[in-house]
Design a protein around this ligand. Structure first.
Ligand code: OGA
Ligand code: MN
Length: 304
């Protein structure tokens, strides 16, 4: 099977067609799908016909899938611990009204990269649209490899070897969740290099996000100004594009080669419902359980 690949920007993002990803795929097709991700960083598959089972099955091509914690006495939502809800619905399927949860979810409208606040990074995210609003609710993507490559040499020299502290609570504070600086500092965080080598392409990338709180060993204000400057640089028009969703569309992004953010929509009146699987970097596919299962329950504890 030959994939048809239509680039979105010259170096970043592609629409992929010519393959039915809801059916089992042979080795060569799976390799071509992974190679397209290595090259383009974000791949859009339209009208996939994926359901919960085939969404999870297809995602396994990319490696170990993060799992939500087991809830005593309850079956996993949607029959799979690997499926996480995104959008504006509560667990009963009604439009979310809880102000705290809405604020928490608004954090996804800041440029970010998934799970950078965890020690083991997430590599790929695979988001499938189930219900979409009439207007808005698109998702934006930014090319962190080209953004790094295009940096002026003095900036590359300045950031070489730096490390960043990432915290979920920091991005929630930025989104307006009422947390003090002390509360953010007390909660869990993770430390990662600011520049990473993207294994599948051999290119370097910026690893920054709304979760990026401080630069290790740098004065707080100075570090935050540098993070802001790099975020602004990487989200210039030549590095970004948006995807307008229809139900059944799947977008795969490489968190180690991109950032993303949700677009505005009328979240109090319109339904938007997506489900996501997330692949953990460098973890073998078979694991007895998820070492971060507890942390992954964070949406329910956002304002606790
Ligand atoms: C995500 C995310 C944004 C969106 O699922 O990780 O950030 O537009 N989604 O749904
Ligand atoms: Mn995200």
């Amino acid at each position: 099977m030959t994939l048809t690949i239509k680039p979105i920007l010259p170096r970043f993002g592609a629409e992929v067609s010519g393959v039915d990803i809801s059916k089992p795929l042979d080795e060569a097709t799976r390799a071509a799908i992974v190679a397209a991700m290595d090259r383009w960083g974000v791949c859009v598959y339209r009208n996939t016909g994926l359901d919960n089972d085939s969404h999870v099955e297809f995602s396994r091509i990319f490696g170990y899938l993060e799992r939500a914690p087991l809830r005593p006495g309850k079956a996993p939502r949607h029959g799979h611990r690997e499926l996480f809800d995104a959008g504006n619905l509560d667990p009963s399927g009604a439009i979310l009204q809880d102000e705290g949860m809405l604020l928490h979810k608004r954090g996804d409208r800041l440029w970010h990269t998934d799970s950078s606040f965890m020690e083991l990074r997430s590599s790929y995210s695979l988001l499938l649209a189930h219900e979409v609003p009439k207007e808005g609710g698109e998702t934006w993507f930014a090319d962190t490899r080209s953004a790094y490559e295009d940096l002026p040499q003095p900036m590359k020299d300045r950031i070489a070897g730096l490390e960043v502290i990432h915290s979920l609570w920091w991005s929630r504070k930025l989104a307006g969740v009422p947390l003090t600086e002390e509360e953010v500092d007390e909660r869990s965080s993770a430390r990662h290099p600011l520049v990473l080598r993207h294994i599948g392409s051999g290119r370097d990338a910026l690893y920054i996000a709304a979760h990026a709180r401080d630069i290790v060993g740098m004065d707080r204000d100075e570090g935050r100004a540098l993070i802001r400057e790099l975020l602004d640089w990487a989200t210039q028009p030549q590095y970004i594009f948006s995807v307008k969703w229809q139900p059944g569309d799947l977008v795969i992004w490489d968190n180690l080669a991109s950032m993303h953010r949700g677009g505005y929509f009328d979240e109090r009146n319109e339904r938007r419902y997506m489900r996501r699987t997330t692949v953990r970097e460098g973890v073998p596919p078979e694991q007895p359980d998820d070492p971060f299962a507890e942390l992954l329950s964070f949406p329910l504890k956002a304002t606790a």
